[in-house]
Design a protein around this ligand. Structure first.
Ligand SMILES: O=C(CO)[C@H](O)[C@H](O)COP(=O)(O)O
Length: 151
C-alpha cells in the first residue's frame, strides 16, 4: 500500500516543499499538500496546524513533513496538537534516532538551514526507519499520558 505524506510549508520553504513533493511522488508516495502554494509571505502556524491535525486524526496512518525558514516555528506549533510528536531535524543521525526512539510522526526542517539535497536524504532516512519499541514504549506512554491529562 502506498504511504501517505502530508506536507506543508510557509513562503520561506515553498521551493523546498515543491522539490520534496516531486521527489516523494517520484518515489511512489501519495503527497497531500496543505500549502502554502506560492512565495507570498504567510504565517507558518496555520500550516503547522493543518498538517499536525491531519496526522493526529490519521492515528498512525500517515506521516507529516513541515518546512519553514528554520523549522523551529513549525515544530513549536505542531507539538501543541495532541498525538503529534514533531521532530526538528537537520542531520542524518537524528533523523534515524527520532524514528527509532521517539516514534516521531512529523518531520520539521528549515529551508534556510540545510540544502535541498540534505533535506531529501533526511526524509529518506526518516521514512525508512522503524520505531524500535522496547523501553521507548514507556517513554512515549509518559508523553501520551501527559497529553491525556493536561491538554
Ligand atoms: O523560520 C520560520 C519560523 O520558524 C519562518 O519561516 C520565518 O520566521 C519567516 O521569516 P520571514 O517572514 O522574515 O521570511
Amino acid at each position: 500500500m502506498q504511504q501517505i505524506i502530508v506536507i506543508g510549508s510557509d513562503h520561506a520553504a515553498f521551493e523546498l516543499k515543491t522539490f520534496l513533493t516531486k521527489q516523494l511522488q517520484t518515489s511512489g508516495f501519495i503527497v497531500e499538500d496543505v500549502g502554502t502554494y506560492n512565495q507570498e509571505s504567510v504565517d507558518y502556524p496555520q500550516f503547522a496546524q493543518a498538517v499536525a491535525e491531519n496526522i493526529a486524526n490519521a492515528r498512525g496512518g500517515k506521516k507529516g513533513i513541515l518546512l519553514c525558514g528554520t523549522g523551529v516555528g513549525m515544530s513549536i506549533m505542531a507539538n501543541k496538537v495532541k498525538g503529534v510528536r514533531a521532530a526538528l531535524i537537520h542531520d542524518l543521525f537524528s533523523a534515524k534516532l527520532t524514528r527509532e526512539h521517539n516514534d516521531s510522526n512529523v518531520l520539521c526542517m528549515g529551508a534556510r538551514v540545510i540544502a535541498a539535497s540534505m533535506a531529501w536524504e533526511i526524509v529518506n532516512v526518516w521514512l525508512s526507519t522503524p520505531f524500535i519499541g522496547g523501553k521507548h514504549h514507556n517513554r512515549i506512554a509518559f508523553i501520551t499520558n501527559y497529553e491525556q491529562k493536561n491538554l
